[in-house]
Write a protein that binds this ligand. Structure first.
Ligand code: ADP
Length: 616
């Protein structure tokens, strides 16, 4: 029989796993038990929808046996089983994206918890075995098949004898070397591992162990407590239990920031355990990332990711919901079920927001951590659906403050401020905003400015429009004017006097700007760009970077500091050398663009102009 080859990526990954993961090999057992548990879930679910499949729920389970002499460990389930094709497909290939991500600089400590997430859990068995045999019979099929591999150069599949549906995995445990593989050939050790990693598995995990008196093998009572964590009494659950449940299930390597455990009774009863992660889920930024919670009905898994249970902006929340009130075939989606799901979803949303508010108030450091990972989600939530949720979310926003030099809430801002406005400025980084001419002058006048560095920030504030009746004002738009009436009039006069010069300059810049004028708002800087109208420079950048046909142009104004040397110079040039004035105009305009983080319109022209001026 010809040996089949693992697909290329599998082979590389296998090498990587077997050779580079040294600690914590024991998780292989958790992976195999989870697979068995999944297979039992699938069978229970099938039996609900397929009349031909009869299942005796009481008989479903996972059996583990150790044979010290032959160095064999077997894990057997009576779940759904695999067809010949599935043995080849599911155990012979690994998702490509998974392989890629796995290879991307994983530090030692992270490695292990990342195994399961790429559909490579099964492969971890090769960390402790030099040969693995999988015998499986798919439910409803006549023939059983046997998959054999030494994990190095491919696998073989052949027909075999097997009475019941399900899967039996036989591991030939490696000989002791530096690592004492014998550890996995000891009944007590295996029991410990089951307790440690698989306690919440909802099917009984039993062992066949030698009864010395009778001198024969007998089946133990279930080793796992089987009560899923969400059904347990929450007062009796330790943090570690939630944390390890979370880390095992969602492949994170740090504890969640918050755990929400609720047992609701009323209109709809349900138990839920929800987690607010500290890190974005490993696949959060991948195109096919899907939000959702696991949905169970009376302990039977109905849906892996029930999207309806979470609003889009809470797509990072992980967890499990179990409700006896759901009729089982959710895929039929009757109105009744939608109504029940909606009620649960609304409650969950409320709980999560309450938890976040509590974290913000009582555990600021962790909230900062949360916001770094998921602040964008909250901002997205503010403007999504035309601001439908904005009132629920506005108090969860935090932004960097010019005066406090740290993140502040909007409430904190208005409590400090005597102004009727909330000032903000947008830019790439805190530092670049801090150096913006307009920001400098506002800071000098003692105003607090919020620094917005993320693309959604300004959209969120525009959606809020006001906070406690104070209007949000972008300091880069010309609506921020700190001068007195007298100063304003003096400036107007100066601008009127220089009208001809500015017309000439505006003419030189064509459609690029709507006006050139003096400003009295700049302290040290010679020039700046502001915008007139609804679309600000930052919004223009965001809209134009989006992969849609939408295009936005901010109406730009080139402003010149009336008190700066350059103002005098321009006047001189206007009188004596209009050609050079035109060149100055182009240089100044492009400098202003650079300050705003906009590209220079024509780099070669600018470079030539600057060199020409330098050579004078
Ligand atoms: P994952 O469990 O993360 O999908 P694995 O490498 O552990 O990845 O398993 C690959 C696939 O092989 C599973 O998704 C499942 O379809 C199948 N499989 C593994 N173990 C069993 C089992 N005991 N019974 C039925 N199918 C199984």
């Amino acid at each position: 029989m010809a040996k089949r080859q693992f697909k290329a990526e599998s082979k590389k990954l296998l090498d990587l796993m077997i050779n580079s993961i040294y600690t914590n090999r024991e998780i292989f057992l958790r992976e195999l038990v989870s697979n068995a548990s999944d297979a039992l879930d699938k069978l229970s679910y099938e039996s609900l929808t397929n009349k031909k499949i009869k299942v005796n729920k009481k008989k479903l389970g996972i059996k583990i046996e150790v044979d010290k002499e032959s160095r064999i460990l077997t894990i057997e389930d009576n779940g759904i089983g695999m067809s010949k094709n599935e043995l080849a497909e599911d155990l012979g290939t690994i998702a490509k994206s998974g392989t890629l991500a796995f290879k991307e600089g994983v530090t030692d400590k992270d490695k292990l918890n990342m195994i399961g997430q790429f559909g490579v859990g099964f492969y971890s068995s090769f960390m402790v075995s030099d040969k693995v045999i999988v015998e499986s019979k798919k439910v409803g099929e006549d023939k059983a098949y046997k998959w054999t591999s030494n994990g190095v150069d491919g696998y073989e599949i052949e027909e075999c004898d097997k009475d019941n549906n399900g899967t039996k995995i036989t591991l030939h445990i490696k000989e002791n070397g530096e690592e004492k593989y014998d550890y996995y050939l000891d009944d007590i050790n295996i029991q410990k591992l089951i307790k440690k990693y698989s306690d919440y598995v909802t099917y009984p995990i039993t062992m066949l162990i030698l009864d010395e008196k009778k001198n024969k093998k007998t089946e133990t009572d279930p080793i796992n407590s089987m009560v899923p964590i969400w059904k347990k009494n929450k007062n009796k659950i330790k943090d570690e239990e939630y944390n390890s449940f979370y880390k095992d299930k969602y492949y994170d390597y740090v504890d969640p920031l918050r755990v929400i455990h609720t047992n609701a009774e009323g209109l709809v009863s349900y138990d839920a355990v929800l987690f607010i992660p500290g890190n974005p889920p490993f696949d959060f930024y991948m195109k096919d990332y899907k939000k959702g919670l696991e949905l169970y009905s009376n302990g039977v898994l109905i849906m892996d990711k029930c999207e309806d249970l979470l609003p889009d902006y809470l797509n990072f929340v992980k967890g499990v919901v179990d409700s006896p009130d759901l009729t089982l075939n959710i895929s039929r989606e009757t109105l009744q079920q939608n109504r029940q799901l909606n009620i649960i979803a609304k409650n969950i949303e409320k709980k999560v927001l309450k938890e976040l508010a509590d974290m913000l108030e009582n555990d600021r450091d962790n909230y900062e951590k949360f916001f770094k990972s998921f602040g964008v989600n909250i901002k997205f939530g503010v403007y999504d659906g035309y601001g439908a949720k904005k009132d629920d979310l506005k108090d969860l926003l935090i932004f960097y403050s010019s005066t406090e030099k740290k993140n502040v809430t909007l409430k904190e801002y208005v409590q400090r401020s005597l102004d009727d406005k909330i000032y903000y400025a947008c830019g790439e980084t805190i530092d670049s905003i801090d150096m913006m001419p307009k920001v400098e002058s506002l800071k000098e006048s003692g105003k607090e400015v919020l620094y917005l560095t993320e693309y959604v920030d300004e959209f969120a504030l525009k959606m809020l429009d006001t906070y406690e009746d104070k209007k949000f004002v972008n300091v880069a738009t010309d609506s921020v004017d700190l001068s007195t009436e007298i100063e304003k009039q003096a400036l107007k006069r100066k601008n009127d006097d220089a009208k001809d010069m500015f017309d000439l300059m505006k003419n030189e810049l064509g459609e690029e700007v709507v006006a050139v004028r003096y400003t009295n708002q700049l302290k040290n800087h010679p020039i700046c760009l502001t915008s007139e109208g609804e679309i600000t420079v930052e919004m223009q950048k965001v809209i134009n970077a989006m992969p849609t046909d939408e295009h936005a142009e901010a109406k730009l104004v080139l402003e010149i500091n009336e008190n700066h040397e350059i103002a005098k110079k321009l006047q001189d040039l206007y009188k004596n050398d209009k050609e050079t004035l035109k060149k100055y105009t182009k240089i100044l305009y492009n400098e202003a663009r650079l300050i705003e983080g906009l590209p220079v319109t024509n780099p070669t022209e600018l470079s030539n102009l600057v060199c020409e001026m330098l050579s004078k």
